[in-house]
Design a binder for this molecule. Structure first.
Ligand SMILES: C[S@@+](CC[C@H](N)C(=O)[O-])C[C@H]1O[C@@H](n2cnc3c(N)ncnc32)[C@H](O)[C@@H]1O
Length: 264
């Protein structure tokens, strides 16, 4: 492990985490970011801010090793030294290690950074600088996946950010328990959560998705997946630049280019 460079950037926040909480974003990373990792000379991934226990870092390594490449190296970075010490028994070098670090990534140059439920407790005004600090340190072609989810990982939202800035927003829900897509507003990434107000594009998106879900109520007898697929198709037909294809939508996902929902 390379030594960190100076003081870790950021602040210690609540360490709440849960087993399997990040399965939706992990599955999306395997499907969507796998090629970046396959092409990398050094398949280094950072899990930034893994929390009170390292369980989600352990899971990320297992999912990437099984789904992308067996020689992936995941480094869990935490700004809280107590949590770094607590994670040590879970290390399995070289595939999984833990170290102290913050947005400066402790001098590492990973191809992928997952930072989940980390910026939620920061101020919205700090998001852009945090993104930039991380993306400036990525390996060429690297990306940051930054987002938020609920405690059980049933509702979530994340942004893919690379050297050119934010690229996409993904919303994801466990369809079996989804009452209405409006619930996703509570789990928007920090850059957007305060923008769910009239006049903002993300507000229009959530309203349009909710309307499409209501209009697709006739599909409910075929199950929530069919209803979601219909709602996302309708959103696309109405002009929203929905990305990906039904094989991803059926996971309860919706991805759009960042400019379609960027804050005004
Ligand atoms: C709510 S926990 C999230 C745990 C896990 N990622 C999850 O989603 O279940 C947030 C963690 O991020 C850590 N953290 C906050 N800012 C950080 C930073 N700049 N660098 C590294 N860790 C940070 C906090 O100390 C805390 O343990």
């Amino acid at each position: 492990m390379r030594a960190g460079q100076g003081r870790p950037q950021g602040v210690v926040t609540r360490g709440t985490t849960n087993p399997n909480r990040l399965r939706r974003v992990d599955n999306w990373i395997v499907a969507t970011c796998g090629d970046r990792l396959r092409a990398a000379a050094d398949p280094l991934v950072v899990d930034l801010g893994y929390g009170a226990t390292p369980v989600t870092a352990v899971e990320l390594r297992a999912r990437l090793a099984a789904g992308v490449r067996a020689d992936v190296r995941v480094v869990g970075l935490e700004i809280d030294p107590v949590r770094v010490a607590a994670a040590a028994p879970a290390a399995d070098p070289p595939g999984l290690t833990f170290a102290r670090g913050g947005f400066e990534l402790a001098g590492l140059r990973p191809v992928l950074v997952r930072a989940f439920n980390v910026l939620r407790q920061y101020d919205e005004s700090e998001v852009a600088a945090a993104w930039r600090t991380v993306t400036d340190r990525l390996a060429p072609g690297g990306a940051l996946v930054e987002g938020t989810c609920d405690e059980l990982g049933r509702l979530g939202g994340w942004v893919l950010v690379d050297a050119d800035g934010p690229r996409t927003l993904t919303l994801a829900a466990r369809l079996a328990t989804l009452e209405s897509p409006a619930q996703l507003a509570e789990r928007l990434p920090k850059a957007l959560i305060h923008r769910n107000v009239p006049g903002e594009r993300v507000h229009e998106l959530i309203r349009a998705l909710d309307d499409a879900w209501q209009a697709a109520a006739g599909y409910a007898p075929f199950g929530p997946r069919q209803r979601w697929l219909r709602a996302v198709s309708a959103l696309k037909e109405s002009g929203w630049p929905v990305l990906d294809r039904p094989p991803r939508w059926r996971h309860g996902e919706l991805t759009l280019p960042w400019p379609a929902i960027a804050p005004t």
